[in-house]
Design a protein around this ligand. Structure first.
Ligand SMILES: [Zn+2]
Length: 139
């Protein structure tokens, strides 16, 4: 949640932008797919803009072919980022490609939720037989 907090703390965000990002991070956006799966009766669960695919967060952010959505996505993708060596590279374009490849359910690309390091790093070894003892020798 640190990434979303730092994004929302930036003063250059508009109230609307902050509200949408905050809602996305908290899974408070209701797509047509989510409404139908929750029991609401709609004529369709297809995207309101393109009408071609099921309306999901993943579709809205990364897949939708509506010209307005494509233009907004391209504006973000075209921004270049400078790394610590001073090299410019298309970071956002790569992130969007990774998000598309990750599929519909990856919380990292849908809600800015990342696994805690302790969830992905191996824990301490158990029962190794190692023993620690005090020594009076100076190192
Ligand atoms: Zn669409």
């Amino acid at each position: 949640m640190d990434l979303s907090r730092s994004f929302l703390a930036a003063k250059k965000r508009s109230p609307k932008e902050s509200a949408v990002v905050s809602a996305a991070c908290c899974n408070a956006l209701w797509t047509r797919d989510r409404l139908v799966r929750s029991g609401y009766e709609l004529e369709t669960n297809l995207c309101e803009l393109c009408g071609l695919q099921v309306d999901t967060i993943h579709h809205r952010l990364y897949i939708c072919t509506d010209p307005g959505a494509v233009e907004a996505r391209n504006r973000v993708a075209e921004k270049m980022s400078k790394d610590e060596n001073g090299t410019w590279w298309p970071k956002n374009k790569i992130i969007i490609s990774e998000a598309i490849a990750s599929g519909e359910l990856d919380p990292m690309y849908l809600h800015a939720v990342f696994p805690h390091p302790s969830d992905v790093q191996p824990g301490p070894a158990l029962n190794t037989g190692a023993r620690f003892q005090a020594t009076d020798k100076a190192v």
